[in-house]
Design a protein around this ligand. Structure first.
Ligand code: NAP
Length: 294
């Protein structure tokens, strides 16, 4: 990229605001990830901005209405991270059900010398409810089938799959043992998993979130875990990252990851290349590879 463009590395700057001011008339593209809010205010400050290329499949951190109003194109990195993120979901599901993180600590601190780890929960013959059967959800479904689970799903539209579809998430939560979130973040799914859904999932239920923190009412989740309203949770994402509620940190029945859904070297290289390919396509006047349709 440096052969072709002047790159302003905002993350290395002590005072990013003053750098934005310095280059504001020259910035033609932004490369961001989901932890950078790309707001109306930022776009307004950059009159030459043509493209926002995010290093993520999710784009809830970008004000799409503002981009559309200005004719700014947006690209993301779909498909190539689905397998990786689904694997992370399964890692969390297994870790939570089989007490992997708790067991690791049990050995390390010497508790095994004087006792047994409480029993875990089987995946086989259980029903898992997938919230959002898209790219990642479909890969999760395949993996859960391999673990001999029954797969069901909820989403805005029924898909052409053998899995049972629910148009009502509460009914699905009542009918399943475990639930995994693989839907987009943003306003439409904000607090989709609230106290009622957690209650419906029930005291043996496990919730896995590899979607976005905003999809879960976090205080309601803490309350549900503290009061045995559900059995456990495996979380990769949080409402206010990188801040994780203190209550969750102190719970044994919760597995916490630092938003690493797609974070392997192989997948991150593919994502980076796709970001670059989109930027080059735009400035070469070619069709964008993975444009977000606004
Ligand atoms: P995708 O292919 O667009 O799939 C999203 C699915 O969610 C679609 O099936 C969609 O249904 C469904 N959906 C939309 N609105 C919904 C709603 N209100 N309730 C329930 N389901 C809804 O996207 P993807 O590649 O699978 O990624 C999904 C999300 O995962 C991303 O947006 C991102 O936030 C998150 N993610 C997280 C990580 C991580 O590191 N933890 C990594 C990658 C992605 P339709 O098909 O019917 O529209």
């Amino acid at each position: 990229m440096e052969d072709r463009f002047h790159i302003v590395k905002l993350w290395q700057e002590q005072d990013p605001e003053s750098i934005i001011q310095k280059y504001k008339d020259d910035v033609v593209a932004i490369n961001c990830n989901m932890s950078h809010k790309i707001s109306y205010k930022l776009m307004s400050a950059l009159p030459s901005l043509e493209l926002i290329a995010t290093f993520s499949v999710g784009f809830d951190h970008i004000d799409l209405d503002a981009a559309k109003a200005r004719g700014i194109k947006v690209t993301n990195t779909p498909d190539i991270l689905c397998q990786e993120t689904a694997d992370t979901g399964l890692a969390l599901l297994l870790a939570t059900a089989k007490r992997v993180a708790e067991g690791d600590m049990f050995v390390r601190v010497g508790k095994w010398l004087s006792g047994e780890l409480p029993l875990g929960t089987s995946l086989a013959n259980k029903t898992i409810g997938i919230v959002g059967l898209g790219g990642i959800g479909t890969k999760v479904a395949k993996r859960c089938e391999a673990f001999e689970m029954t797969v069901v799903y909820y989403g805005p539209r029924e898909k052409d799959t053998p899995y049972r579809y629910y148009d009502d998430i509460t009914t699905m939560a009542q009918d399943c043992d475990m639930m995994i979130l693989t839907c987009p973040g943003g306003e439409e799914t904000a607090n989709l998993i609230d106290a009622n859904i957690l209650e419906a999932l029930g005291p043996k239920g496990i919730l896995i979130n590899i979607a976005r923190g905003s999809v879960v009412d976090e205080p309601a989740l803490v309350h549900a875990l503290q009061n045995d309203i559900i059995a456990g949770a495996g979380l990769d994402v949080y409402f206010n990252e990188p801040h994780v509620p203190e209550e969750l940190i102190s719970m044994d029945n919760v597995v916490l990851l630092p938003h690493i859904g797609s974070a392997t070297l192989e997948t991150r290289i593919m994502m980076g290349q796709l970001v670059i390919d989109n930027i080059l396509a735009h400035f070469d006047g070619r069709e964008l590879l993975t444009e977000v349709k606004i």
